[in-house]
Design a protein around this ligand. Structure first.
Ligand SMILES: [Zn+2]
Length: 351
């Protein structure tokens, strides 16, 4: 299904009206490409943008948008898109990054504040990535920093590590990406690792965002399914009383049937069992997004765009479109998903 640029502009205008003086949050953005690019500090330039190659930056513009009807994995399976094109697409998305690139996106999408989620690769110096993020996104009025826990930090040192990250970089959330950091949640050691992180986050009252689903594009095919719902279910999320967000509603790279039949029943059991759990709606196909809106309470959903992989303005438009099509009270849902719920997630550690 395609929305025309003029339809999108109308939707965005209504979103601005609904927003009024509320603060709208995007709780799922990445400052750097996380899947393929080995982080390279030399790309960071002094004007606050990071760039690769000689191409000139052009601000984003609203254009006709095809609403995602299938997930990446399906596109490959049905050969609509060849894997090598997807690689180029992913890298292209991060040709430019930094505060001004994000602010251009945020302005179009009615977003005031973005939570930046850096992701630790399984090995490699992660501290450089943190430092570059701080340099490129120094605008505190619009950006909130998360951090990841490098695998080299022992379980009993995580709390100390977080203390330093908070002091040094004012981090306010922790990102866990089992598929990329290669935390094997099929094993008891992997489960213990995540539970140790949760314990430390509880101590510092930091919310957690954990990837939920598969990543078929990852070079390590074994790790591609570490964060699938069957593994996430084994973790005791109530170890922390701070909020935990299951990213992509645990549906990353799942078809509509798989999401409805395999992911959702377990996800609902987990949400019923652990009161601190909620989901973000980033990178979902339109039909999986509609399934989430129809099956999960508005109080347990937060907005995430997965920028810069996806455009913030198109993701918020897609949410609006889904709410409209499912005949929900758009205003009530938008205020909850974009303002009230994210505020609760982030501000619980602020007193
Ligand atoms: Zn993401």
């Amino acid at each position: 299904m395609i929305l025309s640029a003029s339809e999108i502009k109308k939707i965005l205008q209504h979103i601005w009206e609904i927003k009024s003086d509320h603060t709208f949050f995007d709780l799922h953005t990445h400052p750097f490409e996380i899947i393929f690019r080995k982080f390279d500090e030399s790309v960071v330039s002094s004007d606050g943008t990071s760039t690769q190659g000689k191409v000139t930056y052009e601000p984003p513009a609203i254009k006709d948008e095809k609403l995602r009807d299938s997930v990446i994995h399906n596109q490959i399976r049905t050969s609509q898109t060849r894997p090598e094109f997807l690689l180029v697409w992913l890298k292209k998305k991060y040709r430019f990054t930094g505060a001004s690139v994000f602010l251009d996106q945020m302005k179009l999408g009615a977003i005031d504040k973005a939570l930046l989620l850096p992701v630790c690769p399984s090995s490699q110096d992660y501290e450089k990535q943190m430092k570059s993020m701080i340099t490129l996104f120094s605008d505190k009025a619009h950006f909130i920093f998360a951090c990841s826990i490098p695998n080299q930090i022992e379980d009993n040192k995580i709390s100390q590590y977080l203390k330093e990250q908070i002091q040094r970089y004012q981090v306010r959330a922790v990102k866990i990406h089992p598929n990329i950091s290669e935390i094997n949640l099929k094993t008891s050691q992997g489960i213990e690792r995540v539970e140790s992180i949760l314990q430390a986050c509880n101590h510092h009252r930091l919310p957690v965002v954990i990837h939920g689903g598969r990543n078929f594009l990852l070079p390590n095919k074994q790790a591609a399914e570490f964060a699938c719902i069957e593994n996430l279910q084994k973790i005791d999320w109530s170890i922390t009383t701070s909020p935990v967000i299951i990213a992509h509603a645990a549906g990353f790279d799942y078809s509509s049937d798989e999401f409805r039949d395999r992911v959702l029943p377990i996800l609902k059991t987990m949400l019923a069992k652990h009161v601190n759990l909620s989901v973000d709606i980033s990178a979902l196909s339109l039909s999986n997004l509609e399934t989430v809106l129809n099956s999960i309470s508005a109080d347990r959903i937060v907005f995430g765009s997965d920028a810069l992989y996806y455009n913030i303005w198109s993701e918020i438009t897609c949410l609006y479109f889904a709410l409209q099509r499912q005949k929900f009270d758009i205003e009530k849902w938008l205020i909850k998903i974009l303002a009230k719920n994210p505020e609760k997630v982030l501000h619980q550690n602020q007193e």
